[in-house]
Design a protein around this ligand. Structure first.
Ligand code: MN
Length: 725
């Protein structure tokens, strides 16, 4: 990449022209004009006019292959921060998309960074990625940092070290994760120069003295060209020397000797197809002596950042080791530009902001080249790396805290420390007073204000979203407020009693409290009420039972309203069972594969030793088994005999459009219908849908159909199906 550190507008125009891609030049010109006048009179530390910085960033982005929007945003990226121009002006002049990019870059610039242990650095990296809802924001930020790094020499010593460390710990790893090798290596090499100048000088000296790099590489390339071009006339061969930091890692961090590094020199062979890659590998192993155990196939198993190539190491005739990297052009662009290759070489796709879009091209790239499973794995790991379910916020000191999506300021306070939560009086987000139920968002700096005399409020249990905060609040109430808890518990219990028309006399109430506290293994009525009071015990668990007991005892005239299911169950009488043709009183069991219900057409299968197993007539197992030759005699006709008293397990699958309250609606329906549930599972599928799998006890097919019918009435339900087999 060409390095222009004091760029002019002409430089930008030139690289745009050289790129051969089409840009909206008039839009870029307008952005330049605005930036130029806004930064008028400002200077960089180097003494260069300030505008040279945004221009240089724009040049880097053009070289990376980024689009017009990114280039315009680069020109404007310091305008909001450093001048009197406001975001609203940018939005009016250049549209929402560019305004969002500029705002994103500005916000990232405000993230305080305090170097700490690895975990902290990792959190900041994740947060950066999460904040860059449009990944172009991250790429512009990287280009911004790259140009600043190129001019680190003008910073005062102290600041330079700090910036170099930040670059090494935060920015270079992000460039690596996005696969932008060109930026990653330059950032690392510049930082190394300031972080370990002694080692860096040593590396430079070794490279210069010990190896005549240029000639060595030139010779290898020449020999290779002679042989390879004969068979692959379109192959491109180039050489490269390992980055300083790459050498530093091996020698100074892993304690290896210079002479053990086999890949200081690398020769790259770039071709059109994957087949050619393997073909050329053979030719190279024929020409040079390969070093054992150095072959790596990153084509069939790409690295996490999508890097693909074949690697091998060989000795040349003089015994000097070197590495060979063989790849297609596609792989090459991805290796050099990573996620940015998406804009550079896959024109026509615009960088919109959804995660799916961002990753679609990764998936496409991977799927076209290898088996599904690994690709899925990689895409998943990129996704979880930038998990949208996680939110990162800062303490005023610059520590990063991670919280689940939806967590509130209150959760954050308890996450810091229970004492902070318990004595919280208020909070500030980015310096402004906020409500304690404000949901936290990535990038916020949150300050909690406390007062020793302040104590938690019961409503906080509804505000807290994390289990951690709730537990801490409850344990405070449990410890501190016994009397209050007992009062509160009594109030809650009586309120629930009233709602459910349970109205016991004083004596009855005492009886209930006494027996319930025993059931919960508590010392007495007060303990029981206290545990309700601080939220440790949910009354809803016992209300249905108490209601039933109470009603039984009082035999109220007005019958409780029963759902058809309960009525049906009550009215059922008669003998349970199934009649099997030709067999009297045989032992019968119901097949687990299809769970037949009274009302289903059924058949019997005479098992060896366990009587007759009853299947649905259309059970796939039954149909298949009947077709096997040795089986037909074992299948017998069967039918339901009279009315069946027992209940049967049956499973249904429900698919519904995701919305808040859907889960509650479904579970409430089953509660209201008073269906006995054996299991209740819900999970989220793709396309914003939820799937429930519910196993319940029913008496017959009519009841099951009734349930299915009721479920279908719930808003947003797309499909309800009985699961058999
Ligand atoms: Mn900048």
């Amino acid at each position: 990449m060409e390095k222009i550190n004091v760029a002019t507008y002409d430089d930008l125009k030139n690289v745009i022209k050289e790129s051969g891609r089409s840009y909206d030049n008039s839009l870029i010109e307008r952005a330049y004009r605005l930036a130029n006048s806004a930064h008028e009179g400002q200077l960089r530390r180097s003494g260069a006019p300030y505008i040279s910085h945004p221009l240089s960033v724009a040049v880097i982005l053009v070289n990376l292959g980024m689009d017009t929007e990114s280039v315009v945003a680069a020109l404007l990226h310091d305008v909001v921060e450093d001048t009197s121009v406001e975001t609203a002006v940018i939005e009016k002049e250049f549209g929402k998309e560019i305004a969002n990019l500029v705002e994103g870059v500005t916000k990232l610039g405000q993230v305080p960074y305090v170097s700490r242990e690895e975990q902290q650095a990792e959190n900041i990296r994740k947060m950066f990625l999460a904040m860059a809802v449009d990944i172009r924001v991250m790429i512009i930020k990287l280009a911004d940092r790259l140009h600043n790094a190129r001019t680190f020499q003008y910073l005062p010593d102290e600041k330079r070290r700090y910036k170099a460390l930040e670059t090494m710990e935060i920015y270079a790893p992000i460039a690596d994760r996005l696969g932008i090798r060109t930026i990653k290596e330059e950032l690392e090499d510049i930082s190394l120069k300031y972080l370990d100048p002694v080692a860096n000088a040593e590396i430079e000296k070794r490279l210069k003295d010990t190896w005549e790099q240029e000639t060595f590489l030139d010779n290898i390339i020449k020999v290779m060209n002679e042989r390879i071009l004969k068979e692959h006339p379109k192959a491109h061969i180039e050489g490269r020397i390992k980055s300083h930091y790459g050498i530093y890692r091996k020698v100074y961090m892993n304690g290896r000797d210079f002479s053990d590094i086999y890949d200081i020199y690398a020769v790259r062979v770039i071709v059109d197809s994957v087949i050619e890659c393997y073909n050329i590998l053979g030719i190279i192993h024929d020409m040079f002596k390969p070093i054992p155990n150095r072959f790596k196939d990153y084509i069939s198993t790409p690295k996490q950042n999508m890097y693909q190539s074949l690697h091998t190491s060989c000795f040349d005739r003089s015994g000097t080791p070197f590495e060979v990297q063989i790849r297609t052009w596609d792989m090459h662009y991805t290796a050099e530009y990573g996620i940015a290759a998406h804009w550079k070489y896959k024109m026509g796709m615009t960088g919109k902001n959804s995660m799916e879009d961002r990753l679609a091209w990764v998936r496409q790239l991977l799927e076209s080249q290898q088996e599904g499973e690994d690709a899925e794995e990689i895409v998943r790991s990129i996704k979880t790396d930038i998990a949208p379910e996680e939110v990162f916020v800062f303490t005023p000191k610059g520590d990063v805290m991670s919280l689940p999506m939806g967590a509130t300021v209150l959760d954050y306070a308890y996450k810091i420390h229970s004492a902070v939560g318990n004595h919280m009086v208020g909070a500030k987000i980015d310096g402004k007073i906020c409500a304690i139920d404000t949901p936290v968002q990535t990038g916020m700096i949150i300050e909690i204000m406390t007062q020793a005399s302040k104590t938690p409020n019961r409503d906080w249990l509804n505000i807290a979203r994390t289990g951690e905060a709730r537990t801490k609040i409850r344990s405070w109430f449990k410890k501190e407020k016994r009397e209050e808890n007992i009062e509160e518990g009594r109030a809650i219990l009586l309120r629930e009693f009233k709602r459910n028309s349970i109205n016991p006399t004083e004596e009855e109430l005492e009886e209930i409290l006494e027996s319930e506290s025993k059931k919960q293994n508590l010392a007495g009525a007060d303990d029981f009420l206290a545990s309700i009071g601080y939220g440790g015990f949910a009354v809803s668990k016992i209300i249905p039972r108490l209601k039933e007991e109470f009603q039984k005892k009082h035999k109220k005239e007005e019958k409780p309203e029963l759902s058809p299911i309960v009525k049906a169950r009550k009215e059922k009488k008669g003998i349970s069972g199934v009649e099997v043709e030709g067999l009297d009183n045989c032992l019968v069991k119901f097949a687990k594969c299809c769970n037949p219900l009274p009302g289903d057409e059924i058949v019997g299968f005479i098992t060896r030793g366990y009587g007759v197993s009853i299947h649905k007539k259309d059970c796939p197992n039954a149909i298949m088994s009947k077709q096997r030759e040795e089986q037909p005699g074992r299948w017998v006709n069967a039918r339901w005999a009279g009315e069946v008293q027992e209940s049967f397990q049956s499973t249904i699958e429900i698919i519904g459009q995701k919305r808040s309250g859907l889960l509650a609606d479904v579970s409430m329906l089953f509660n209201n219908l008073r269906v006995d549930l054996h299991s209740f599972n819900a999970k989220e599928l793709k396309n914003e849908t939820l799937m429930f799998k519910i196993t319940m006890a029913v008496n017959d097919i009519a009841q099951l159909n009734f349930v299915i019918n009721q479920v279908q009435k719930i808003k947003g339900i797309l499909k309800v199906e009985r699961v058999t087999g």
